[in-house]
Design a protein around this ligand. Structure first.
Ligand code: SAH
Ligand code: MG
Length: 218
């Protein structure tokens, strides 16, 4: 498929099944105005995250990598009224933009943005004795993915989902390069508690990989 065809298909999917939405559009606009990098999930991928969270009736979601809270808004919309989402972001300036975007989307009561390196925040969550999460979405620095998986798995309930964005960088096709995502995908595949798949998802300028893993009931 050519790039042009990908764009057309992605446009069709968005126009037919992912209608425009003031809160999401506002989040993108405010994030761009604040100079945040434009690396959020696409509308159709955001919707996919929401649908997956709905399927498992997620009540507690953990996100690693907030940026301007675009994916956070999609995921938080899957939550019931007493649901909770905790999202981890290293950059305090991004976290501020995210908090404002969540407020405009009326989602502040359900979402906590925790500022700091994700590994430290994950350790805090563990020692704080947080209730288990139903879904973990990994989308921060790619070298960190294997460690995030290790730290997040004990926080996930049996039957819960681990999702990870950007799982198909060019490096995966080059047998000679080492890459955090390559190690991450290998660990998913070898993990005895996980059943995993890697799916390409369209973005307007090509595609990205999303891994979907279910934590098996033991
Ligand atoms: N999930 C967002 C995009 C996240 S982009 C969306 O789709 O809308 C990746 C984010 O991870 C950036 O905001 C970056 O600042 C953050 N990040 C990078 N390294 C991190 C770390 N060690 N701990 C926490 N967040 C980190
Ligand atoms: Mg991403």
């Amino acid at each position: 498929m050519t790039q042009e065809l990908w764009s057309k298909v992605d446009d069709y999917i968005n126009e037919s099944l992912v209608p425009g939405d003031a809160a999401l559009e506002n989040a993108v606009k405010k994030s761009n105005e604040a100079g945040l990098p434009q690396i959020q999930v696409s509308p159709s991928q955001g919707k996919l995250l929401q649908v997956l969270a709905c399927i498992i009736k997620a009540k507690r979601i953990l996100e690693i990598g907030t940026l301007g809270a675009y994916s956070t808004i999609w995921l938080a919309r899957a939550l019931p009224p007493d649901g909770k989402l905790i999202t981890l972001e290293i950059n305090p300036r991004y976290a501020e933009v995210a908090r404002r975007n969540l407020q405009s989307a009326h989602l502040s009561p359900k979402v906590t943005v925790k500022v700091g390196p994700a590994l430290e925040s994950l350790s805090h969550l563990q020692t704080a004795g947080e209730a288990p999460f139903d879904l973990v979405f990994i989308d921060a620095d790619k070298e960190g993915y294997p460690k995030y998986l290790q730290k997040a798995l004990p926080l996930l309930r049996e039957g819960g989902l681990v999702l990870a964005d950007n799982a198909l960088p060019d490096a995966v096709l080059d047998p000679k390069t080492d890459h955090g995502i390559k190690r991450f995908n290998a660990e998913l595949s070898a993990h005895p508690d996980l059943i995993s798949v890697l799916v390409p998802v369209l973005r307007s300028r090509g595609f990205e990989g999303l891994t979907i893993s279910a934590k098996q009931r033991l």
